[in-house]
Design a protein around this ligand. Structure first.
Ligand SMILES: Cc1cc2nc3c(=O)[nH]c(=O)nc-3n(C[C@H](O)[C@H](O)[C@H](O)COP(=O)(O)OP(=O)(O)OC[C@H]3O[C@@H](n4cnc5c(N)ncnc54)[C@H](O)[C@@H]3O)c2cc1C
Ligand SMILES: NC(=O)c1ccc[n+]([C@@H]2O[C@H](COP(=O)([O-])OP(=O)(O)OC[C@H]3O[C@@H](n4cnc5c(N)ncnc54)[C@H](OP(=O)(O)O)[C@@H]3O)[C@@H](O)[C@H]2O)c1
Length: 507
């Protein structure tokens, strides 16, 4: 623990983490795994976290991971070693027992927390590496089968394939002629840029990381080529929590408030850089404060426009004026550089292993119940892999909440909604968010979760008993009581087909 006199905030933070661990962590040992069995696809942060929640509450699991053992931890195991969390770790609590030693842990510290959880909950024997899931289907109205029956049967499925798959490297005309070095942003470990000119293509979180890398390496000049004009928000825990809660949601009449505050207090003298045609809640904003100083000092230049192609010496760029959208007219010129970093993102992992009935129009991801549950199969939970844009999306408390909602659906048919109610919730959310700058589920924030709690739990007394379990993982024998009631119903009237927990058994 930090010294409370020299580091009072860090001391309080560590104390809070210890308390959360002691009060809310489901036991790692001793749980009898005699409840429905769950298949988890992906061994990144979400898959491992979901598995610990399941096991801690007595549900057996099997994790299927496409990559080898070295890929435990998912995208963070592949990120360059200087990558760190952009959002404060207070918003990255994927398990109550996670212990951060600082506000912004790096990729190694994150992978080590994931690995520790994996070991602590004895998931080694339950994880199958080098196993890409290609098919998830039901045998008749029975349980789920993953790839083929040799893997066994499962009552529930958690899809945790993430949002970042293979590196996305677009083909740009003339790239083969470029005489300098060219890397994807995830491939910068060990690279040198001293006194070189670095050109970064892209304006997402990876572009900001590439800028930081180049500045740290003492590059002489850094250009960020931004095509879409995204917002940058400060690395400030209070500001980020407020924005992630989305209390000034883009579709309310208060939407101008965060924009004005960001312009006046964060962008200040370089207010011109702030987007005029995008909103802070349109695309995932970048979270960084240092970038502003690098631009003010002249070390970095942030240019809006389109990449036209490579030459031997650099990039042909069409610089657009403020407000002119992607592909619009501008001034074309050559930006000379020694290194080009393709901060162009990642391909989206496919969900095509799910059966076609999960993608029934208009209920296609992200337009699913709570964005995670396809209305045709509430025993499938796509955790952290259907979002498009957000602030503080992945890796926080909600990973456990969504997992426990699935556990609730599997334990008790009474609170499990039928497709009609799930679709009604989706339709109502779309109506409430009609004024959203993009689709209702394109930019998610905790507001949707709060709205679901009101709609689903608060308004229905028969579900109140689940509130603490879903929100905090406190079960105090609850699923056992529910199981006993379920057992009684089964013997008295065949209430539940014991082989199926899906829509065939909803009230
Ligand atoms: C450099 C970097 C920094 C980031 N920083 C932040 C941040 O500050 N805050 C934040 O909220 N998010 C951040 N993110 C986003 C990050 O993706 C999430 O925070 C989180 O790590 C996602 O975890 P995950 O387990 O959902 O997905 P992943 O870590 O991507 O794991 C998914 C796993 O599923 C496996 N898989 C995929 N398809 C299949 C299949 N068909 N069969 C079997 N296995 C499969 C993959 O091999 C992979 O191991 C960052 C991302 C990157 C790249
Ligand atoms: N530490 C962190 O917090 C951190 C670090 C890295 C990544 N991440 C997360 O990881 C995910 C991926 O982030 P990312 O920054 O790697 O990818 P990203 O958000 O998908 O951004 C990719 C960028 O590349 C641009 N681009 C793509 N193709 C282009 C082309 N042909 N010409 C010009 N520009 C092109 C895109 O422009 P358009 O927008 O116009 O398409 C966009 O600006 C996000 O969820 C992000 O939050 C987080």
């Amino acid at each position: 623990m930090e010294n409370p006199i020299f580091h009072p905030f860090m001391f309080l933070y560590q104390l809070l983490q210890l308390l959360l661990d002691n009060i809310l962590s489901a036991p790692a040992e001793g749980a009898t795994l005699d409840r429905p069995k769950i298949a988890i696809i992906g061994a990144g942060l979400t898959g491992v976290s979901a598995a610990t929640h399941c096991v801690g509450h007595g549900f057996d699991v099997r994790i299927f991971e496409a990559g080898p053992r070295e890929q435990l931890g998912g995208i963070w195991s592949r990120a360059k070693n200087t990558s760190d969390l952009h959002i404060h770790s207070l918003m990255y609590r994927f398990r109550p027992s996670v212990q951060w030693n600082g506000g912004y842990p790096n990729s190694q510290q994150i992978v080590s927390q994931i690995t520790e959880l994996w070991k602590r909950y004895k998931l080694e024997d339950k994880t199958k590496f080098n196993t890409k899931v290609e098919r998830v289907y039901r045998y008749g109205k029975g349980r789920w089968i993953i790839n083929n029956i040799t893997e066994g049967y499962f009552e529930g499925v958690i899809v945790a394939v993430g949002a970042c798959g293979e590196n996305r490297v677009p083909l740009i005309p003339g790239q083969e002629n470029f005489k300098g070095e060219r890397y994807h942003s995830s491939d910068l470990t060990g690279k040198e840029a001293k006194e070189k000119t670095v050109i970064v293509i892209g304006d997402g979180a990876s572009a900001v990381e590439a800028l930081e890398f180049a500045a740290h390496e003492e590059a002489s000049k850094i250009y960020i080529l931004s095509r879409s004009d995204k917002w940058i928000i400060p690395r400030n825990v209070i500001a980020d929590i407020v924005l992630a809660l989305n209390i000034f949601d883009g579709e309310t009449i208060l939407a101008w408030i965060p924009e004005i505050l960001l312009r006046k207090f964060f962008y200040r003298d370089i207010e011109d850089l702030a987007s005029t045609h995008q909103r802070p809640f349109t695309d995932t904003p970048m979270i960084n404060s240092g970038v502003m100083n690098k631009i003010r000092s002249g070390q970095a230049e942030w240019l809006h426009g389109d990449v036209k192609g490579f030459t031997e010496e650099g990039i042909r760029f069409n610089q657009r004026s403020k407000g002119v959208p992607k592909g619009g007219p501008g001034r074309e010129y050559l930006i000379k550089g020694d290194i080009v970093v393709m901060a162009t993102g990642y391909e989206r992992p496919s969900l095509n292993f799910l059966t076609a009935d999960n993608f029934r129009d208009p209920y296609q991801p992200p337009n699913w119940y709570l964005q995670a549950f396809p209305p045709s199969h509430p025993t499938i939970c796509c955790n952290n892999c259907t979002y498009l844009n957000a602030i503080g999306t992945a890796g926080n408390w909600h990973t456990g909440i969504y997992t426990r909602i699935l556990l609730m659906f599997l334990s008790d048919p009474l609170p499990s909604p039928r497709p009609y109610w799930m679709e009604l919730w989706i339709d109502t959310t779309c109506t409430l968010k009609k004024l959203a700058p993009k689709g209702a589920f394109d930019f998610v924030a905790y507001l949707e979760l709060v709205w679901w709690l009101a709609f689903y739990i608060v308004l229905n007394p028969s579900r109140w008993k689940w509130a603490f379990f879903v929100l905090f993982g406190v079960d105090i024998g609850l699923p056992r009581v529910v199981e006993a009631k379920d057992e009684l119903g089964y013997w008295m009237g065949g209430m539940r087909n014991k082989n199926s927990y899906d829509i065939d058994n909803r009230f």
